[in-house]
Design a protein around this ligand. Structure first.
Ligand SMILES: *Cc1c(COP(=O)(O)O)cnc(C)c1O
Length: 463
């Protein structure tokens, strides 16, 4: 008998894990401001609106599923990060969270820099006018072609991820007659999770060069010797969806320790330190993220204190938030298709998208909220699981949620906080077409990434 097989029934009948955060909310129609974009509210008719436009109109005009992005909120969050860190620090938006040319323009206008990690992201950034010197190029396996393109374009920094890459970038820069500004990415032995972190000596993962065993020191020694490289700093990124600042504290302590060793051994004080991204957002009412100004204050204090203790000039700090800028600014609008009550368990609510537009639930067990968007309801709560239309039982969008018991096919439901790592990780599984991204601002809606068409699918399939 298969070990994982079990009679369906008893094991499923507990419905929600014990101590689960989920209890029926007092008011199913209420919208918790924490998880929704800034301008989201309900109009007098009870229909969810964003930027002054109601979702029924959005669904009519743009179809479902669709990612609806609140441009006002995006700009406000970008500005809040920029303002919080002031002129002594740099904020790099992590493009992998969600990148489009409109987003690049907004970032440019709001004074943020940009992280890219592939030739495709670099092309998108440059084509929308992001100045190359404000772009950082990341990745553990940049191709020689990508490196050459980045250096020719004049990117502000390349973050070196391995010994091999130190030599490779130096060689390419030199052959182009250039000196490339670089940082070295180190792994500090901090594994950060949402509510806790683990500090270890070694980190078992593909990114960066370990601080352990003097490896990072050796990398710095080599980089300082190579004519093609101008080493400007050390980079550390410790995880994602982090709420607890103590992981950053340990990371900063260890990075500053390396800066001190570098000064003592080579007589140079590197001018920059990048603490990466990973700051958490609210996916459900249970999450309590910090504001950018609190994060800026905490990080600046940590680095300043560590540097004073090590008698180092405080380096220029940079951070790389992705999720915390774009995550809360969008929701996914779906139409309810079939509804399947399973007695004593829950009701399966199928929508017209699924794991192809949001893989995070299947991939990371991510939690999401959901609300009936096309109307309000006085019906009681119905324990629901929102699932997609894919041929896969793991195709879950929202694992556990309460929706009104009178939910019906044709209703629109909205899943908030889908701005990050949803469109950017979307797939064509089952040849389902990837949804558009619709930006809404001040009563106007426009498509910034159009819906995929069947012609798009056939264009790639050359027979
Ligand atoms: C993914 C990543 C980020 C952004 O992470 P978020 O969780 O979206 O803030 C920043 N820096 C690096 C190097 C990353 O890999």
């Amino acid at each position: 008998m298969s070990r994982s097989a079990h009679p369906a029934g008893p094991r499923h009948a507990d419905v929600l894990p014990e101590g689960h955060y989920l209890a029926p909310p007092a008011d199913l129609n209420a919208l918790d401001a924490k998880v929704w974009a800034q301008t989201v509210t309900r109009n007098e008719g009870g229909v969810l609106t964003v930027g002054g436009i109601d979702v029924k109109r959005l669904a009519e005009e743009f179809g479902t599923p669709a990612y609806i992005l609140d441009e006002t909120d995006f700009r406000a969050r970008a500005r809040a990060w920029r303002t919080a860190f002031g002129s002594d620090a740099d904020v790099f938006y992590a493009g992998k969270a969600f990148l489009s040319r409109a987003v690049v323009r907004w970032l440019n206008e709001e004074g943020l820099n940009l992280d890219v990690c592939s030739g495709g992201e670099l092309t998108t950034a440059l084509s929308a006018g992001m100045p190359a010197e404000r772009i950082a190029f990341h990745g553990n396996n940049k191709s020689a072609e990508e490196i050459e393109r980045a250096i020719r374009a004049g990117v502000g920094r390349i973050v070196l991820d391995s010994f091999l890459e130190i030599a490779r970038v130096a060689h390419i820069a030199q052959s182009l007659g250039k000196r490339q500004r670089v940082q070295i990415r180190v792994t500090v032995g901090v594994e950060a999770h949402t509510h806790e972190f683990i500090a270890t000596a070694h980190e078992d993962q593909k990114f960066g060069i370990p601080l352990a065993d003097g490896q990072a020191s050796e990398a710095v020694r080599r980089a300082l010797q190579l004519d093609g490289l101008e080493l400007i700093g050390i980079h550390s990124h410790i995880g994602s969806q982090i709420f607890d600042m103590s992981g950053f504290e340990v990371a900063a302590h260890r990075v500053v320790g390396l800066l001190k060793d570098i000064r003592d051994e080579h007589g140079v004080e590197l001018p920059e330190i990048d603490l990466g991204g990973g700051l958490g957002i609210a996916y459900t009412s249970d999450d309590d993220p910090r504001e950018p100004h609190e994060i800026a204050k905490a990080l600046t204090e940590i680095v300043t204190r560590e540097c004073e203790a090590a008698k180092l000039r405080t380096p220029r700090i940079s951070v790389e938030p992705g999720r915390a800028v774009v995550g809360p600014t969008a929701f996914t609008l779906y139409e309810v298709g079939t509804i399947k009550p399973l007695d004593g368990l829950r009701t399966y609510v199928s929508v017209d998208g699924g794991m192809s537009d949001n893989i995070r639930t299947a991939l990371y067990d991510a939690e999401y909220s959901v609300a009936l968007a096309s109307r309000t309801s006085d019906a009681g709560p119905m324990l629901s699981r929102v699932v997609g239309k894919h041929c896969e039982s793991g195709d879950i969008v929202v694992r556990d949620a309460f929706l009104p018991a009178d939910l019906a096919p044709g209703d629109l439901i909205a899943v908030p906080a889908t701005g990050a790592y949803c469109r950017s990780m979307a797939s064509n599984y089952n040849h389902v077409l990837r949804p558009p991204v619709v930006a809404v601002k001040d009563g106007e809606a426009r498509v910034i990434v159009r819906r995929e068409t069947e012609e798009d699918l056939l264009r790639l399939d050359v027979g």
